[in-house]
Write a protein that binds this ligand. Structure first.
Ligand code: PMT
Length: 309
C-alpha cells in the first residue's frame, strides 16, 4: 500500500459514515446488479459542491460555488443515451428533470372551482419534465444518492465504486462534483458551536487525501474514469489536466475554466486535446454544452469497452 492509499484508509477509519449508510449501500448494490444483469452500461455522475463542517454538531461550514448544473444536465444526457445513472449529488443542488422547473410556486394557479392547475405558459415545460421523469422511473434507470459534507461524499464514492466493480469496463465515472481539497479532520473538530465570545477565529485546514489515486488503482481499475479540472487561469488548465492524467492514470480529464465552463471545455487524454464549444446560435436555441460533452464521452467509452474485451 503506498502512502496515499494508507492516508485514504486512515481517512475512512477516522471519519463517521453518513446516516442510513447501510440502506444506501444496499440500494446501490441492487441497482448495479439489476442493470448489470441486462447488460446496461452504468455511469456514476457526481454533482454539486461538498461542505467542510467546522463543528461536529454542524452550525457553520465552508462551501463552494457549484450548484450542480454540469452534473444534473449530464445525467439527463446519459439517460437519453441508454445509460443507467447513479446520481451522487449534494442535497438540495440541481437534479435531472426538476432543474427545469425553477420557482415551482410561480407555475401554479387556483382555478375558480378550487382546483390546482399549471399556468398555461408553463404547461409545455412541466409536461416535458414529467414525461421524461416518469419514463426514467418506469425503467428504474436513475438512482439518486445525496451527500452534504466532503466526508459523506467520499464514503459514498467509495461504496459506489465497490458496488460497481462487477461492471468491469462497462462503467463510467463522471466526477463533476466540486470536491473540497481541505478539511478539518473529525478528531480535531469541536463538538459544539464555536463561540464568537472567544474572539477571532483562526482555522487550520488539512489536505483531504486525493481519492482519485485509490479509485483508479484499487477500487475500479477496469472502469472508464473521467475527472474534471477546474481552473481560473487559462495558462494552467491543460498542463494541470495532463499532470492529473499522469498522476492518477485514468482515461480522460474534462478541463474547464470557471468563467467559460458553460460554453467551452477541452477533453484531454494523454495524447489528445479535443475542444468542445457551444456556439452562440446553439446557446440561443437552448442547447447545453453537456449534450456535446456526453455525446463525445459515450463514444470514447464504447471504444474503451471494445478494446477491453
Ligand atoms: O456544478 P456547476 O456549477 O455546474 O459547476 C461545474 C464544475 C465547474 C464544478 C465542474 O465542471 C468541475 O470542474 N468539477 C470539478 C472541480 C474540481 O473539484 O476540480 P479539482 O481540480 O479540485 O479536482 C480534480 C479532481 O480530483 C476532481 O474530479 C475530483 O473528483 C478529484 N478529487 C478532488 C478532491 C479530493 N480530495 N479527491 C479527489 O479525488
Amino acid at each position: 500500500m503506498d502512502l496515499s492509499s494508507a492516508e485514504c484508509e486512515d481517512f475512512f477509519r477516522n471519519t463517521a459514515v453518513p446516516e442510513h449508510f447501510a440502506e444506501t449501500s444496499s440500494d446501490i448494490s441492487q441497482f448495479v446488479t439489476k442493470h448489470n444483469e441486462v447488460g446496461r452500461k452504468i455511469v456514476l455522475v457526481t454533482s454539486g459542491g461538498t461542505t467542510v463542517p467546522l463543528e461536529s454538531r454542524t452550525v457553520r461550514y465552508i462551501d463552494n460555488f457549484s450548484v450542480g448544473t454540469r452534473g444534473s444536465v449530464s445525467a439527463e444526457e446519459f439517460l437519453k443515451r441508454g445509460y443507467a445513472v447513479i446520481f451522487l449529488h449534494r442535497l438540495r443542488s440541481l437534479e435531472p428533470f426538476s432543474r427545469h422547473l425553477g420557482n415551482v410556486i410561480d407555475m401554479f394557479t387556483i382555478t375558480p372551482d378550487g382546483q390546482v392547475s399549471v399556468k398555461s405558459e408553463y404547461t409545455c415545460v412541466v409536461a416535458s419534465c414529467v414525461t421524461q421523469y416518469e419514463s426514467v422511473k418506469k425503467n428504474g434507470t436513475l438512482l439518486r444518492v445525496t451527500f452534504t459534507s466532503v466526508h459523506e461524499y467520499l464514503h459514498l464514492l467509495r461504496v459506489c465504486s465497490q458496488c460497481l466493480q462487477v461492471m468491469g469496463s462497462k462503467v463510467m465515472l463522471y466526477l463533476a462534483a466540486a470536491v473540497s481539497d481541505f478539511h478539518i479532520p473529525a478528531s480535531q473538530m469541536p463538538e459544539h458551536k464555536i463561540q464568537s465570545s472567544d474572539g477571532d477565529l483562526t482555522l487550520t485546514l488539512q489536505l483531504v487525501p486525493k481519492m482519485l489515486k485509490p479509485l483508479v488503482k484499487n477500487w475500479l481499475p477496469q472502469a472508464f474514469i473521467v475527472s474534471f479540472k477546474l481552473e481560473t487561469d487559462s495558462h494552467l488548465l491543460i498542463e494541470k489536466s495532463r499532470k492529473a492524467l499522469l498522476a492518477y492514470k485514468h482515461q480522460l480529464v474534462v478541463a474547464n475554466l470557471l468563467d467559460k465552463r458553460k460554453t467551452e471545455v477541452v477533453l484531454v487524454t494523454m495524447t489528445t486535446e479535443q475542444p468542445i464549444v457551444l456556439l452562440p446560435d446553439e446557446q440561443a436555441a437552448g442547447k447545453e454544452i453537456e449534450e456535446k460533452i456526453v455525446c463525445e464521452l459515450t463514444k470514447y467509452h464504447s471504444e474503451f469497452c471494445e478494446n477491453s474485451v
